[in-house]
Design a protein around this ligand. Structure first.
Ligand SMILES: Cc1ncc(COP(=O)(O)O)c(C=O)c1O
Length: 339
């Protein structure tokens, strides 16, 4: 942090300061509809301050995974982005195909075959009032970055498992906000921070009637002692893409393999999934991230180790996204790279 300075900076000083402060490795390419193209210099990857995304949170976002030159499950994520934008009343004329094309162009110019993808659809720049009427045009931004594992510095939380804690002081979002993947993520951040304060990792939200909801940026799943995979319905929580894929894989593969008896999506009281009632618990999101929970509120889950269902699902998710068959299913969109 530099001290206060009231000097007006010249254009070249701004550029050189941007370059020295934002020479962030791992930011590979950014598309901006506002600028009408792709930027590959991280120093210049900027969003206008008056975009209502920035000062009102009037924007929605989504993600996907770039794997082996293919965009994994971009279609599913894009459907959710369009639903989020409609609920956030962001008016725009882009079709799903237009948006996919902008993501493909960004990936192509990033010139990498593997990475994390994030994109935002915003009310756009123009003034600082709450009204989108003053915005010049909606904006779409997309960035391709080196994937950074969730969970901070923990070495390998997916194979080691994580401790988790119920969050008691951070309120849940109202259902409208919880079902939109919007840039109003302050409560999600506070959920994570409170969880860490309580010895957990991402946090488990339980509603005022005692039902398990979700985690800060992940869905919550339990394996009961009857070998049923249970997860809460999507009312009042985010329509997770990973949990939907997990339910499909569990149903089609783990049940056939005899690892699971069935899959059930219905309300779950936190009081029903304690002690001996469950053998496993995990959180999931971001296409391929599945975090086995080995203790919840200081009580071991099952035998306190990563269980067979979590292990098998991680294997299946990784094989699908990164394995040799990647790119062959309908869930992949292949990127055209320049020669
Ligand atoms: C609040 C919340 N719940 C659940 C999820 C998991 O969704 P997905 O599996 O689509 O990443 C996310 C993802 O960001 C989230 O923010």
């Amino acid at each position: 942090m530099t001290g206060p300075s009231h000097r007006v900076l010249s254009e070249s000083e701004v550029l050189s300061r941007l370059k020295s402060r934002r020479g962030q490795p791992g930011y590979l390419a950014m598309f901006s509809s506002w600028l009408g193209g792709v930027i590959t210099d991280p120093a210049l990857m900027q969003i206008p301050l008056d975009d209502h995304l920035v000062h009102r949170g009037h924007g929605v976002f989504d993600t996907c995974t770039l794997s082996g030159g293919n965009l994994y499950r971009l279609g599913v994520h894009m459907d959710r982005l369009l639903t989020s934008a409609a609920l956030a009343r962001i008016e725009h004329s882009w079709t799903k195909e237009d948006l996919i094309q902008m993501v493909m162009d960004t990936a192509s110019h990033a010139r990498v075959k593997d990475g994390a993808v994030r994109y935002w659809l915003t009310a756009g720049p123009g003034g600082f009032s709450p009204s989108p009427q003053e915005c010049d045009e909606p904006c779409f931004y997309c960035v391709i970055i080196d994937p950074v594992p969730l969970g901070g510095t923990r070495s390998d939380p997916m194979s080691a498992g994580i401790p988790e804690a119920t969050v008691l002081d951070t309120p849940m979002k109202p259902p409208l906000l919880a079902t939109i993947k919007s840039n109003n993520y302050l409560l999600n951040v506070l959920t994570h921070m409170e969880a860490v304060d309580r010895g957990g990792t991402f946090g488990v939200l339980v509603d005022d009637k005692g039902y398990v909801a979700e985690s800060c940026v992940l869905n919550v799943t339990f394996i009961t002692k009857e070998r049923v995979l249970r997860t809460p319905p999507f009312d009042g929580i985010l329509l997770g893409t990973t949990i939907r894929r997990i339910m499909d894989l569990a149903d089609s593969t783990l049940v056939a393999e005899g690892i699971l008896a069935s899959v059930d999506q219905s309300p779950i009281l936190a009081s029903e999934v304690t002690g001996d009632a469950i053998s496993e618990m995990f959180l999931c999101g971001g296409d391929t991230h599945l975090y086995p929970v080995t203790s919840w509120d200081q009580v071991p889950v099952g035998d306190g180790r990563v269980g067979p269902v979590a292990k098998r699902l991680i294997e299946l998710l990784e094989e699908e996204a990164f394995g040799t068959a990647a790119g062959e299913s309908n869930d992949f969109i292949s990127v055209d790279y320049p020669d």
